[in-house]
Design a binder for this molecule. Structure first.
Ligand SMILES: *[C@@H]1O[C@H](CO)[C@@H](O)[C@H](O)[C@H]1NC(C)=O
Length: 360
């Protein structure tokens, strides 16, 4: 399309005597400034700046490099390129401030904050403004805006980036509703995870997560996902859904937490060992195997992304004992896939094996 227009326009370049002619009036003010220094004023009647980004969410994983596509152009197309300013920023997710990611004018770039040294603008083709983010972090998931500024024209498009991962509810050894928001953040980090966002919990609910205890989310709201309504979980009259207690006091209020663990880099395995172990023995046994006792987030991720399936309960780093079931069967817990928990047994009891984690 733009190629066709270009071909049609090429034979006409200088008839008008204006510095730039594309079949539309050039309204550059009374003094007829030259293009180039007319930045900010060079508007064309009837020419529209268009920015295109993909509608589908981009899925990727922690540690990967992702390219957020963004292209811009003019309708109708212009005969020659114009200097534009490109700005990428990350939208706020209820409560967290928006973040500048990168701005570029011509070939000059500047990136900000956590993105410094990790972002790169693809400008190899005309109209290209895609952003590459390297070595993705869990916190990078979210919505990004690609903004193109040409003089007074300003258009933008959205790109949604999601990291693959699994949402799981977490309760500390002390029991139910013991964590304020900051402790909840720490609890997830200790499981190699982060506090889940509402979008992540919602997606998990769509995939069937049902949990009757309320937990913190990234925006410091407290919610819980219900797939089949029942009396102790908000009552029978409420429709299935993610139910919210709304924003809570980060320091004073205490709940469980929903954590989000990334798709695994390493491998979780059940250690073949002649006898059952205490918690300290379990930690040592993994070390003797050249690995480490697995964290809760790592076990969930291995279950979800690697189909880890084992009917033996094993110790994990936080002192809980669990086992992952990818293919439900009789004599192996309930008839739904999931990670089953035995809570936090006496650390010196010898009734469990151990799950270890091998870094790749
Ligand atoms: C990401 O890009 C950098 C630079 O091009 C490269 O060195 C690195 O291997 C890439 N990482 C992955 C996971 O592809």
């Amino acid at each position: 399309m733009s190629l066709l227009l270009l071909v049609l326009l090429l034979p006409l370049p200088s008839i008008s005597g204006l510095p730039f002619y594309n079949g539309f009036y050039y309204s550059n003010g009374p003094h007829g400034q030259h293009r180039g220094n007319g930045y900010g004023e060079g508007l064309f009647n009837g020419v529209k700046l268009v920015v295109e980004t993909p509608k589908e969410t981009l899925f990727t994983h922690r540690g990967a490099n992702a390219t957020l596509p963004c292209r811009y152009g003019y309708e109708p197309a212009l005969a020659s390129p114009r200097p534009v300013r490109i700005k990428w920023w990350k939208l706020s997710e209820n409560g967290s401030p928006e973040q500048d990611v990168l701005v570029a004018i011509g070939l000059k770039h500047r990136s900000f904050g956590d993105y410094q040294g990790r972002v790169h603008l693809h400008q190899d083709k005309e109209g290209e403004a895609s952003l590459e983010i390297r070595n993705l972090r869990l916190e990078d998931s979210g919505r990004y805006r690609c903004e193109v500024i040409d003089g007074l024209e300003d258009e933008s498009g959205l790109v949604e980036l999601e990291l693959r991962g699994v949402v799981f509810p977490y309760q500390p050894p002390q029991g139910r509703y013991e964590l304020n928001f900051y402790e909840a953040q720490r609890a997830c980090e200790e499981q190699d995870a982060v506090v889940a966002s509402f979008e992540q919990l919602f997606r998990a609910w769509e995939e069937g997560l049902d949990w009757c205890n309320a937990g913190w989310l990234q925006d410091a709201s407290v919610q819980y996902p219900i797939t089949w309504p029942r009396r102790p979980c908000g009552g029978l009259h409420l429709a299935p859904g993610v139910r919210s207690y709304g924003p809570r006091h980060r320091r004073l209020h205490r709940y469980d937490v929903f954590c989000f663990a990334p798709a695994p880099k390493g491998q979780v395995y059940y250690l073949e060992h002649p006898e059952k172990l205490t918690l300290p023995e379990a930690k040592r046994a993994c070390e003797e195997d050249g690995t480490q006792i697995a964290k809760v987030g790592q076990l969930f991720a291995a279950w979800k992304f690697r189909g880890l399936d084992r009917c033996d309960a094993g110790w994990l780093a936080d002192g809980s004992a669990r086992y992952p079931v990818a293919h439900p069967r009789p004599n192996c817990g309930s008839l739904e896939a999931g990670v089953r928990s035995f809570g936090f047994p006496d650390p010196l009891s010898r009734q469990h094996g151990v799950y270890c984690y091998r870094q790749r």
